[in-house]
Structure formats: C-alpha cells, structure tokens
Design a binder for this molecule. Structure first.
Ligand SMILES: Nc1ncnc2c1ncn2[C@@H]1O[C@H](COP(=O)(O)OP(=O)(O)OP(=O)(O)O)[C@@H](O)[C@H]1O
Ligand SMILES: [Mg+2]
Length: 237
C-alpha cells in the first residue's frame, strides 16, 4: 500500500516562556488517492496539524515523511521546492493575487516552479478553469469575482502542478451551503479523475460523511479515525 504522507510521533508546543502543547504524539499515514476529512472543535489543533503536514510549520518533535522524503533536516528552500512540486493548498482565505486575472492566478504555481510558462501550461490551466466552471470569467481580475468563483480559482490554482497531495483548511468556510456542496462535488471529481490525495479540514458534517476517511482531532489527539477507504479497496489503492 502506498503511503504518500506519514506523520510519526508528532508533538507541537507553542510559546517560549509559557509553553502550550497543542499536538500530542500523533501518528498518521495517508494512502495515495484517498479523500480524507479532518473534523474537530475550534482550537483542537486541526490547522496546526495541517500546517505541519504541509511543511508550512515544523513539529516540536516527530517526523513528517512526504512521498518517501524525510523533511526534518531539509532547509527552508528545499521545503519550498518540495511543497511546490508535491502539495497544493486551498485555504479559507484564498490569497489570490488581486492585480492578476483568473488565468494568471491559476498559472502562478507553474511559473514559480519553472520560471516560465509554456503552451502546455496554458492549455492545462484552461482545462482546469473549465473543470471548475470558470471559462466565462477567465480574464476577470481576481477582485472581480464572487466568493465562490474566487474559491474555484484557488482550487484550479492548487491543481496546476498536478500535486500528489491537496491540503484544504476549511476551503469552503465562508461560502453558502449550495456553493459548498458544489465545490465538494468538484473536489471529489478531481480526486477520482487525477487521483490526488485530499486532506480537508471541514466543519460541515455532511461533507465529512462523504469522505473516504474521517479523522476527529480532540485536544490535540486523534479521537476518532473512521476509514472506509481501506474497507472499500482492501488497502490496495
Ligand atoms: N502561533 C501560535 N502560538 C500560540 N498558540 C497557538 C498558535 N497557533 C495556534 N495556537 C493555539 O493552538 C491551539 C490549536 O489551534 P489551531 O489553529 O490548530 O486550532 P483549529 O482546530 O484549527 O481551530 P479552528 O477550528 O478554530 O480553526 C489553539 O489553542 C490555539 O490558540
Ligand atoms: Mg483552524
């Protein structure tokens, strides 16, 4: 079985003088191609855990292995390169570049990766824009979009480098329930189409129920781990 992302013995302590431990001895592995939901109360440690998974933050102790690569001793630059090649991020606040169009925003990670854009990138970007239903507004500036359209742009952007792993921290947190529903349907389709592994923090119970696996974080520990993916595929995905 292919473990794309593995966390072992992860602890996280914030603060210098007053130390607060927010994650405790977390061991987790994610299968390639799986769709995972992370739930838990506010302050339970979900974002902290996701930032560590995505190497945006380092654990106080423990190990993060991404696609077979141990990250602990990597430099900032090496981590940035690993992220750019392996991980797509979708956040609640999507950080689009306001002075650029939808198409330019979607192309940005490819530009960062290679230093230039070729026709193939452009074709791929247009396909992704079509996939998320934004062809009509592809030349709009990011500021001239609705909240849902901005979110879709961020999703297309997270996919341009065809990342093996997509991390979402409440990607639909500020959207209405209908838009939320359609964005999750879209993420699921992408998951099935390009076999990316999704790990998504969500407050929405209905969304979590559609995932292959639900992880509940409580007070910095894994409180619940319901894995329908292994049952469905026998772990041979
Ligand atoms: N940079 C930081 N310094 C100190 N404490 C922090 C820091 N970031 C988060 N915390 C604390 O760590 C705990 C976990 O925070 P985290 O953001 O991971 O929670 P969460 O589960 O994502 O919550 P929410 O659902 O509200 O987003 C909280 O008690 C929070 O106050
Ligand atoms: Mg959070």
């Amino acid at each position: 079985m292919a473990e794309l992302l593995k966390l072992s013995g992860i602890n996280k302590v914030y603060g210098e003088k007053i130390k607060t431990q927010v994650l405790f001895d977390i061991d987790l592995a994610f299968e390639a191609g799986s769709f995972n939901a992370v739930i838990g109360e506010s302050g339970s440690g979900k974002s902290t855990l996701m930032n560590i998974m995505g190497t945006l933050d380092r654990p106080t102790s423990g190990e993060v292995v991404i696609n077979g690569t141990k990250t602990a001793s990597m430099t900032k630059d090496q981590l940035a390169e690993l992220r750019n090649q392996t991980i797509g991020f979708i956040f609640q606040f999507h950080y689009l570049l306001p002075e650029f169009t939808v198409l330019e925003n979607v192309l940005m990670p490819a530009l960062i990766r290679k230093g230039r854009i070729d026709d193939r990138d452009k074709k791929r970007a247009l396909e992704l824009i079509d996939l998320v239903g934004l062809s009509r507004v592809k030349s709009n500036l990011a500021t001239d979009l609705s909240g849902g359209q901005q979110q879709r742009t961020a999703i297309a952007r997270s996919l341009i480098n065809e990342p093996k792993i997509i991390l979402g921290d409440e990607p639909t947190g500020n959207l209405d329930s209908q838009t939320t529903e359609s964005i999750y349907t879209l993420l699921r389709e992408i998951n099935q189409e390009i076999k990316s592994t999704f790990i998504i923090i969500t407050h929405d119970q209905r969304i979590a129920e559609k995932a292959d696996r639900i992880l509940e974080i409580k007070d910095g520990r894994i409180n619940l781990d319901v894995d329908k993916y292994v049952a469905k595929t026998g772990g041979n995905a």
